[in-house]
Design a protein around this ligand. Structure first.
Ligand code: AKG
Ligand code: MN
Length: 197
């Protein structure tokens, strides 16, 4: 089952599909409010070149197994899925035709919260992982850049209720980020569904 308004990004060595209105505005507001209050948000410390910083956003991991997930020197342990996350996961699974085990949730409190350049290529995700990423709340730009061909860059405004799917070799060849912005920004919740083995 595919929603009609799917946009395939025309980027080499990437398979990225964007659904701008995967959830309607009423659903998006409903899930935003539930997730904001029901999620055990926390701010981890990250280590960059030996120095410790507070991660510039809040996060929480959910999973249907107990497997931890580690990145940037953080080891995250999963909470069990809430009923609203199960609903969202089921809807996405119908579109992706695949079952996810885990969800990493991000809360960007304002324009100063961010997620630096990275690829979702941790070994727990296996080769060529599929990542399904949902936005509720504020719109933020999702930046993409090719690892070796510096001329290849793309910017996509992720709108409230949208779904972005990255799959195939995307994580091998591309990096992505949510950059800080000086613009006034309201909170944004992002859910990234993953398969953690
Ligand atoms: O907030 C986003 O849209 C991206 C989040 C992300 O890249 C991640 O959690 O790995
Ligand atoms: Mn990512």
């Amino acid at each position: 089952m595919f929603p009609s308004n799917e946009i395939k990004l025309n980027l080499p060595q990437a398979e990225i599909i964007y659904y701008p209105s995967f959830f309607n505005l009423i659903e998006a507001k409903y899930y935003y409010n539930l997730l904001l209050t029901n999620t055990p948000w926390k701010q981890d410390n990250i280590k960059i070149f030996g120095k410790t910083y507070k991660q510039p956003r809040l996060t929480a991991l959910f999973g249907d197994n107990k497997k931890p997930y580690s990145y940037s020197n953080i080891i995250m342990h999963p909470h069990i899925f809430t009923s609203e996350l199960c609903e969202i996961k089921t809807k996405i699974e119908k579109t992706c035709e695949i079952k996810f085990t885990s969800c990493l949730a991000n809360l960007y409190r304002n324009g100063q919260d961010s997620n630096g350049w990275h690829a979702d290529n941790e070994k727990e995700l296996g080769k060529n992982p599929i990542i399904a990423s949902v936005t509720f709340g504020e719109e933020r730009f999702f930046h993409l850049k090719h690892r070796t061909d510096k001329s290849l860059r793309q910017k996509l405004l992720l709108q409230n209720g949208s779904l972005l799917i990255m799959k195939g070799e995307t994580q091998q060849h591309w990096l992505h980020q949510i950059a800080k912005t000086k613009k006034q920004k309201e909170p944004r919740i992002n859910l990234t569904f993953r398969i953690i083995r």
